[in-house]
Unconditional design. Sequence first.
Length: 203
Amino acid sequence: MQFDPNTLDEARVHHLMADSIVPRPIAWVTTRNEDGSTNLAPFSFFMGICPDPPLCAIAVSQRERGDVLEVKDTRRNIERTGELVIHTVPAAQLELMNQSSADHAYGVDELELVGLTALPCEQVDVARIAEAPIAMECRAGRTLELGDSATALIVCRIVLWHVADAIVSAGRIDFDKLDAVGRIGTTGYSYTRKRIKLARPRL
Ligand SMILES: Cc1cc2nc3c(=O)[nH]c(=O)nc-3n(C[C@H](O)[C@H](O)[C@H](O)COP(=O)(O)O)c2cc1C
């Protein structure tokens, strides 16, 4: 069968995207609210771009409040400060990650609310999650406003990695110890526990 996005409503197209682009990495993002508290939210429309300089991007849609579209707190903070921290989500923190996606009022310290510990960063004025084994301090670059619903594709430059000693083996991240999760569809998640190694063909 075929699905023509021109004949479907936005929710249906969103489902097709969420079900076809799988599994997705999850950027678990902290930003600084105006009062200094920490905003925390996950974003799975998230991709790496290139290593030199290290760039990645998150796509932040607008929130529907009745008939009104509203800018999400993460984007609001990034536009004001130009800074964010992206954390990788391990299976042990899946439930907390999900809790942090709740639509709390602006200014609520979501890091504290879900019971996580804040640590200061070195190059950005944003708290990072002490319990997260990988935290990437980032500066926001260009934002592209795309699509009818004014989704913001925010390009981020990673300026410093914090990686827990316990998950590093021979200078590389040990995936067994990291135990990251991915997102499948809208409410599904996948583990990275079953993996295979495959070298690329060389001619
Ligand atoms: C696993 C997961 C991934 C999500 N990915 C996105 C995403 O890529 N883009 C987006 O706009 N919202 C995404 N959301 C919804 C946001 O996390 C949610 O709207 C959140 O309340 C935004 O918080 P903020 O207003 O504090 O920025 C996702 C939610 C979950 C649970």
